[in-house]
Design a binder for this molecule. Structure first.
Ligand code: TYM
Length: 329
């Protein structure tokens, strides 16, 4: 049995990118692995949520995890901030993480460019905290989307560095995982490369069907192919990628053939895509609306998850403390 760890930041409702990049794997992997899936609320602090938003966002992601089929009887589901062993390991790992390598990470550079007024230390050491999330349970596999590859590479670097420095195979070197064999990137509908919460181009897993229809019908397209079997421009490929994720193979092939024969009507394609997204998300939305009302159940899940996560984390932390030389007198 392998150990699997992954988490999602609590920064708003989850979207199709989160589902196909991460959660779909969580649901599959929980059946035959030792899984830890958490809500990364400490990671959400880099953008300074209000206390009310912080709490609401955690609750929302938790209810969405459960609505998607992550099962607390199969996987440990917990809130990151319920595990105080994490910040202690984070402090220790920060001593062997260097300014140069942290400043060079693409996500740090991107965020520093977009919000120059908020280049805080938490943003700089974000990859260290993420590495700790993974290493504290000695994970072998980390199911994440393509955008997290560099962070995972940093986690591998920190794990190897620790193992080399302290002369023991303390941490397995974590690998990314995706059911598709290679990491997934779900595109946005605005012609941009990636669907994302902060990109404002996301379709939520529990979004109202009316809003889904509106967003899909407004998706960027072009005036259509002019030659048979023409290569698809990025904006069109994006629509087909979404269709590939949510529609049946027959539907995908039908519109793909239409495209290849220069007969595609984007209005029809978008209508079908919107209905397929709605059919796909409807059961998740329904369960979410129920579960998010059930405060007692949510409390029980997080309490049980915190206990299990802390037990696992405490074992690793005790080992690391011993390796650093912290001993009782
Ligand atoms: P976050 O919260 O940005 O995203 C959560 C997960 O969703 C995936 N994802 C996507 N996959 C495919 N296409 C997309 N358009 C798309 N958008 C998001 C992400 O790749 C991710 O798997 N740093 C992490 C959270 C984290 C974490 C960890 C993950 C903290 N500690 C430890 C794994 C292990 C993040 O910000 O993900």
């Amino acid at each position: 049995m392998n150990t699997v760890v992954s988490g999602i930041r609590s920064t708003g409702n989850l979207h199709l990118g989160n589902y196909f990049g991460a959660i779909k794997n969580f649901v599959q992997m929980q059946n035959d692995n030792n899984c830890f899936f958490f809500i990364a609320d400490w990671h959400s602090l880099t953008t300074h949520p209000t206390p009310a938003d912080l709490h609401l966002n955690v609750k929302q992601v938790l209810a969405e995890y459960l609505a998607c089929g992550i099962d607390p009887e199969k996987a440990t589901i917990y809130v990151q901030s319920d595990v105080p062993e994490i910040p202690e390991l984070y402090l220790l790992m920060n001593m062997n993480a260097y300014l140069g390598e942290l400043e060079r990470t693409t996500s740090f550079k991107d965020k520093a460019r977009k919000s120059p007024e908020n280049v805080n230390a938490g943003l700089l050491t974000y990859p260290v905290l993420m590495a700790v999330d993974i290493l504290i349970h000695k994970a072998e596999y980390v199911p994440v989307g393509k955008d997290q590859e560099q962070n995972l590479e940093m986690a591998r670097k920190f794990a190897k560095r620790f193992n080399n420095t302290y002369g023991e195979e303390t941490f397995p070197i974590p690998k990314s995982y995706s059911f598709t064999g290679e990491s997934v990137k779900i595109p946005g509908l605005d012609g941009s490369g990636k669907m994302g919460k902060s990109e404002g181009n996301a379709i939520g897993l529990v979004e109202d069907p009316k809003d889904i229809r509106k967003k899909v019908m407004k998706a960027v397209s072009d005036s259509g192919p002019t030659e048979m079997n023409q290569e698809k421009p990025e904006v069109i490929q994006n629509l087909f990628s979404l269709m590939d994720a949510v529609s049946t193979k027959d539907t995908y092939d039908f519109f793909n053939d239409k495209y290849n024969n220069c007969e595609v009507r984007y209005g029809d394609l978008k209508k079908q895509l919107a209905e397929d997204i709605i059919n796909f998300t409807a059961p998740i939305r329904e369960r979410f609306l129920d579960i998010s009302q059930d405060e007692a159940y949510l409390r029980k899940v997080t309490q049980q998850g915190a206990e299990q996560a802390r037990e696992s984390a405490a074992k690793t932390l005790a080992e690391v403390r011993r390796l650093f030389g912290f001993r009782k007198f």
